[in-house]
Structure formats: structure tokens, C-alpha cells
Design a protein. Sequence first.
Length: 210
Amino acid sequence: MRVRINSCDTAISKLSEQLRKVCSYLKKRGIVVVDSQYGCASWVKQTADIPCDQLMRLSSNRCFYGEPIGYDGRGRPPLHGEKFKLNDQQTWRPEDQKIEVEHPLQGKLQIQAWHKLHFRQVSHEKLSLIRVQRLDSPKSKPLWLAWKGEQMPTLIEVVEFYLRRFTIEHWYRFCKQRLHWTLPNFGTKEQCDRWSENYAHDDLGVMVSS
């Protein structure tokens, strides 16, 4: 659903509002898959009470914290344990899960998972971090994902969930490159609709003539 984000909203607040509405109609617990723009503490905080599982892509510079270890009874109990920085392997603890699988499209994959980590700003919301590395292409950058919700699927199922998002990415690319949705800055939704309709007609004409 395409909506206009006004000056009082952000992409995160608007999507969390839409997700809340969608989940209120679902009879079963849903799963939402979001890109790295939403793989942050603000998104986790604003969607904490929405009854759905979440799979988030993460930027490689994100930082997380483990469970606090030890408490001597003096002062406030600590909220954070050891730091876990995605782009600093020296901060990683041993993974809780690790598998290597042969994927029909992506080749040989190594998938690692670490459980019970959290963003500093929302320490009560526990996440599982998943790192996916293509072993056939060692120079390729690893894919970092975070799972939040109830029972996490198997590691390969988590990867498959995210791969389904690629078809959506192609639609976004079409909207930005061919319909130029990010180019205008109109004052009303009706003006945006007319812009899209005109570009859609022009683009279809080009496609047909070619």
C-alpha cells in the first residue's frame, strides 16, 4: 500500500502504523520481512507490542549487547553484557548455531546464529542474529539478519524467508527508476497519483513499442 509520509511522520513510524493495522486483521501470527532501514532500535521499540514475528536485515555497522553476567547486589542490576559488533569479529562470542548447506541458487552457504542479544536502547527486546556467508564467493559481503518473535524457524528457512523479498525489491526499483516516485515533491496525494499514472502510461508505451 502506497501512502504519503508527511512532515510529522518517518518511514519507521508510518510502516509500524501500517503493520499494526494489518496484524489486527490476521487470524494467524504473521511474519514481516524488512530491509536494513528498519533493522534498528527505533523500529524494534515502535513495533514491540505488535503480535507478529519479524525478520530484519542489518547494516554491517550495527552494535548489540548480550545478557548481563553477574550481579553483586549493589546498585541497579546491569542491563547489558558484552558488546557484539557486526563488523568486528573480535567482539563475537562463539555462535549458538552453525550449519553449512548447499543452496540451489546461492551455492554453498555458511549460516551462523547468536541468540539473546539486544540493541542498547531496547534491552528488554531479545533478538537472534543470523550471519549468512556464501562460501563459493569468499569476497562477497556476508548478509546479517535479525529475528524477533516466537519460535525461530530453522536457519535455512530464515534465509529462504528473506530471499522471497527480492521480488519486492525489483518492484521498488521499478518505482524509483521508471516511475520516478522519489523525484517529485508534491503537496497532495492526488498530484502524486497523477504523476504515477502519467509515467506508468509512458513507460508501458515504451515497453510495447520496443
